[in-house]
Design a protein around this ligand. Sequence first.
Ligand code: ADP
Ligand code: MG
Length: 312
Amino acid sequence: MNKNLAIFTKNLTKIYHKKNQKVNALTNFTINIPRGCIYGLLGPNGAGKSTFINIIAGLVKKNSGVVNITGINLDKKPIEIRKKIGVVPQELNIDPFFTPYELLELQAGLYGVKTKHRKTIQILEKMQLIDKKDSYARNLSGGMRRRLLIAKALVHDPEIIFLDEPTAGVDVELRMNLWKYIKSLCEQGKTICLTTHYLEEAEKLCDYITIINNGKKVLEDKKENLLNLFSKRIVKFDIENEIIKVPHILEKFLKKSNHNQLTLEYDKKEINLSEIIKILNDNNILFSELKTYDEDLETIFLKFTSDLYKKI
Ligand code: ADP
Ligand code: MG
């Protein structure tokens, strides 16, 4: 088995049974995650992202398939794998009667970290929780709980960190801070596997992205390559003077035009917004407002899943 891969799964399959109905949460899911990178699993709700993490964390039992973590087989050595990974769950479940300090000490104890090797205070400082170290967890805000769960996943200094939707429901400032922190973990040589349903998050953070939908892999690639596929953008202008003729050069981007609105759909690789604005100016087309829209994930999934079906 290739030890340079932090995470390897082959044909991973999970079927849940819900009220006599089968839910195919993961179907033949195969993935190779190199060491030392930030790897994003991007997909809408219900895609199977948490199932993937929960299987590796030992919280959900797979039906079939292989999981290897740093070359170690999950079926053969689950305890060895548990020591190598830190998992930050999607749900903000924290025992309300412990303080952050107690919770981290308890976790360190569970993982057999000797007292002299514990870094409880440093971790609390890093996660900006030191002021709250002795407050009951029930008094912590959502953002603090999220940071506490990350802190908890780090106490045994794992090589691989799984973050399940780390910034869902988190405000913009905290999101930026978390991104910075996740990057710094990667710079320390850790492998990060995170799930998200935000295209922007995958774009800002990840070196590699796998897109998952309905338990199946839709696409995987280096981020740069994937983003080139997501290069469609729509811009809507509120026009101040009536358009007599859409400039020839913009005709091929035209989606809709009427006397007070002009909507263009363009490819960021072909033309950019400032070029479009210049063309409008040169043609004396004045606008009061503009709005841009990126293709959203749902559209991208639909496009790629339907392309995939066409090939079959
Ligand atoms: P994601 O994390 O991408 O939102 P999940 O892995 O949580 O997706 O869920 C994948 C599918 O499996 C969904 O259809 C979900 O309803 C179903 N599922 C998840 N957990 C359970 C469970 N414990 N019992 C039954 N169905 C489940
Ligand atoms: Mg999930």
